[in-house]
Design a protein around this ligand. Structure first.
Ligand code: M6R
Length: 366
């Protein structure tokens, strides 16, 4: 049942190239520059007339929502807010029929997300679901939606659900961008052709497992870790920290790299490992100066860089290279080493990887 892997989580990490293909298959035609998503096509006016899009979700799905915000605002130029479903439902939010709500949930059963959807519907908003489990409560409760087609996710720590949610959000952002004339047909074609190369790049990245294992062995006993990223990779930093907390029980925090100097920098000393996403686009020089600030305080730097990087390599204690791609697509790659790292640390610490303490796969109580 685990397909030869020791844990479901590792199996699911390795399923990502296929899961991403299954998610975009039939939806994007790169050479023609076409994206077909019936849930969007059938309700295009709702999206085009939306004054804003509100994304509601919990946990990892909320992190995917943040990537979605960056994607939809950057590409389609529609204002987006991302909210924890649990906060949204209880804070008397302003919702009107001009809002489109996107609810994201792997299980489709998360109580707070379901309640947020019901609230949004009662105020007249159009609610679109991004779910993995077919026929789940959230899939049924929403007005329209798109499945992620990731296949069953058994490990409590979400992995392939995250990357496939980002895949769907990317398609939505591009589809809206193209419909609104924010990107040309040829730009769309080029972007989709790059997207089509992602599964193979994820597959290549999975081969760095041994290197990640070595890094895991060095830092497995750290009591605290920081994860930093900027732009599209800020949510990946949050997700990296969540993965480590969940399965290895090591305290970890994700931050936008520039926020470090507003507080967390006080934590940095020679015992603090800091995982930094420093890919070549996306404010590279700014991240390099953040890394220098860490270095001058003796923090240990583990950086995710783009192949061929030299600047960060000179400063960091360890680097993990990811293949070159479009900046907006980098979260699909940068997240992979973090998943593997958490996995190996948890295994080395003898933790229950697939069923960490205190956690449930579907949180059906609030
Ligand atoms: O099924 P959902 O996507 O609605 O679940 C949301 C969270 O409970 C979930 O992502 C949780 O944070 C995971 N354990 C993260 O790995």
């Amino acid at each position: 049942e685990k397909g030869g892997y020791d844990h479901f989580m590792l199996k699911e990490i390795h399923e990502q190239p296929k899961a991403i293909i299954d998610t975009y298959r039939g939806r994007m035609l790169p050479d023609e520059g076409i994206i077909r998503m019936s849930g969007i096509d059938n309700h295009m006016n709702k999206f085009l007339n939306a004054e804003r899009i509100i994304i509601v979700a919990c946990g990892t799905s909320w992190h995917a929502g943040l990537v979605g915000e960056y994607l939809i605002e950057d590409k389609a130029r529609i204002p987006v807010e991302v909210e924890y479903a649990s906060e949204f439902r209880y804070r008397n939010p302003i919702i009107t029929s001009k809002d489109v709500v996107i609810a994201i949930s792997q299980s489709g059963e998360t109580a707070d997300t379901l309640a947020a959807i019901k609230l949004a519907k009662s105020k007249g908003a159009f609610v679109f679901g991004i779910c993995n489990v077919v026929g789940s409560s959230i899939a049924r409760e929403t007005d329209a939606g798109a499945y992620t087609h990731a296949g069953p996710e058994i490990g409590v720590a979400s992995t392939k659900a995250f990357t496939t949610q980002i895949t769907v959000l990317t398609l939505i952002a591009l589809k809206l961008a193209s419909k609104k004339g924010e990107i040309s047909k040829s730009e769309l074609r080029t972007f989709l052709q790059k997207m089509q190369l992602i599964p193979k790049k994820v597959e290549d990245l999975l081969k760095i497992d041994e290197k990640v294992k070595e890094i895991a062995a060095v830092y497995k006993d750290a009591p605290n870790c920081l994860y930093l990223g900027r732009g599209f990779n800020f949510p990946v930093a949050l997700e990296g920290a969540l993965k480590l907390k969940e399965i290895s029980y090591i305290h970890a925090e994700g931050y936008p790299a520039a926020e470090m100097k507003h507080g967390p920098i006080a934590l940095i000393d020679e015992n603090m490992p800091i995982f930094v996403i420093a890919t070549n686009k996306g404010h590279y020089e700014k991240v390099v100066s953040n890394i220098q600030e860490i270095k001058s305080r003796a923090g240990k730097i583990i950086a995710i860089v783009t192949e061929g990087d030299t600047q960060v390599k000179d400063i960091a204690d360890h680097v993990i290279e990811i293949p070159e791609t479009e900046e907006a697509l980098t979260p699909l790659l940068t997240t992979i080493p973090f998943q593997l790292l958490s996995y190996h640390i948890a295994v080395m610490l003898n933790k229950n990887v697939d069923q960490p303490r205190n956690l449930a796969k579907s949180v059906t109580v609030e």
